[in-house]
Ligand binder design. Sequence first.
Ligand code: IVH
Length: 673
Amino acid sequence: MMEKAQAQKRIDELRKLIDYHRWRYYVLDQPEISDSEYDKLVLELQKLEEQFPDLITPNSPTQRVGAPPAKEFKPVKHLLPMLSLDNAFNSEDLLAFDRRVKRILGEVPLQYVCELKFDGLAVSLRYEKGVFTLGATRGDGYEGEEVTNNLRTLKSLTLNLFCPDPPELLEARGEVIMTYPDFERLNEERASRGEPLFANPRNAAAGSVRQLDPKITAERKLDIFIYGMGACRGKEFSTHWEILQYLKSCGLKISDKVRLVDSIEEAIDFCKEWQEKRGDLPFGVDGAVVKVNSIEYQEKLGFTTHSPRWAIAYKFPAAEEITRVEDIKVYVGRTGALTPVAHLAPVEIDGSTVSRATLHNEDEVKRKDVRIGDWVVVHKAGAVIPEIISVLKERRTGKETPFEMPKRCPVCGAEAIRLPGEAVTRCTNISCPAQVVERILHFCRSMDIEGLGPAIVVQLHNLGLAKDVGDIYFLNMEKMLQLERMGPILAKKLLNQIETSKNKPLRQLITALGILQVGEHVADLLTRKYHSIDDFFRVSLEELQAIPGIGPSIAESIVVFFRQPETKALIEKLKKAGVRMEEEEIREEKKPLSGKTFVFTGTLSRFTREQAEGLVRRLGGEVSSSVSRRTSFVVVGENPGSKYDKARELNLNILGEEEFLKMLKEIGVEGIS
Ligand code: IVH
């Protein structure tokens, strides 16, 4: 056993390393090491802390999850109030704001900081001597609720500030948000469990932070953006821009969209630009915020009772429209779930035409009381599937038709049932053509078999060439050419893609199998622990539930799936076809490029980037998108980017394409000319 002093030293090192890589991954979105390398560091730390429990500190990276549930939310008085912002709705309002500022300050040179207005839950984070000690919601602006242990579970929240001489006390102010994909995943899971759905990502974020049990917060994927400072003792700043840069250097997550400008006209440009581009962001923003940069001027401008005079929120018009429900149709998904979908008179919302909105399940239709013929308010933002927010009941004429869930599957006519306690009605026929086609489509999407879309899969199924997922690996040129509008070139392309998919990571295969409640995220958690498909046939409920992020209902779904004889048969078929069933990692040690990290820059002439990267990974190497001291080789093609400069700066091993080829040949890779 290691001596305590020695253990303490290694523990300190590991905590710093883990925190650094967490920051690269979750804050900067520029990881330097692979997930498995990261996991190894965490495991080493966990083991040492198990041996020396008295060396555990509340801010150790291992302690993010695990705090016991609270009995109630404790009130927290904010050291400085958390105010709200005055609103502007057009350029005129912004120009008026600028005039008001200049009326108070006189004609001085003014700079503004422009930021996105994140649509989430406002929180305040207190750091004492650089250590996160208290997290609170905004509440009424003067007093909020303590949510320290819940916020601790957010991976992009820094528990120990990086800055060398942290101030006595610092309050960072920011917004907790949930991205659209995470929101949709959460609602899908809730719908399948019959739990009430969150109306939007903001409610989901707020509901997830305001949990008495931090374990629930930990299961939800939340993110945080910091946009300012509350109280601060022990450090002075002269501009808001400087504050943001400082907070960023401390390791806090600041949006990279912030912009410093010299006039209100440029600030208006920023607002309009993001009004246009808001749909490109993976999370919701309800506007932009314009702030006077100089702190001296901010102090001169002061506050009204509820908002500062030095800042204003430019509100984007809400992404909603009124339209009519022309029909409610029922679709059959890969799990047999019957989903009612409202067909709408097309309307333009947020730059795209909306003609459908999901109604999720029978209870949702009842709750919203949507009828065919109703006028409804439809909302759409970013990647979120359009949603009916409300029904304009005052516009009803009496001719509207209430929806009824069919008793039989609209595709195959088999009985459709809704089990007690479930929200979902399902088609009971496992061979229902709609289910089979959807399962194959889901499989193809998850295994990156592009081009095998609905038109082709429906034909394959109708011709009896794809009766299940496994059949796609037994397609050949002759079979493909039976399809309408299919020529040898397209067929070859598709067959190649099917062939390539055989070697996808186990994680993708697990997602592709379409196990209920197992999406990419859960598949990722699973394959970090289990490296072979056969492990899943043996694993117990208890073992699965011990994995953080996997609750009892997901665990049960996995166990049930692998117990079915159909699953065994399908896996056998896929094995026979040569689909990879093991994660390469377990064979890593024996591989020629194990432990080596490659970065590619520029265009290679003999391979596509994907092929070259795939080759390195198959040979046991890692591929990273950014250059660091840990990079073993930087492979440089035509027109390399800044990674090449950085590689030279760091004096790394640089390989031209020829040298890379030579290396591969020396290792014994054949078939490359
Ligand atoms: S500054 C004293 N900046 O909007 C100034 N607020 O109505 C305080 N918000 O609840 C706010 N993004 O949580 C500021 N970039 C941003 C923001 C932002 C979102 C929220 C904030 C507050 C509300 C203000």
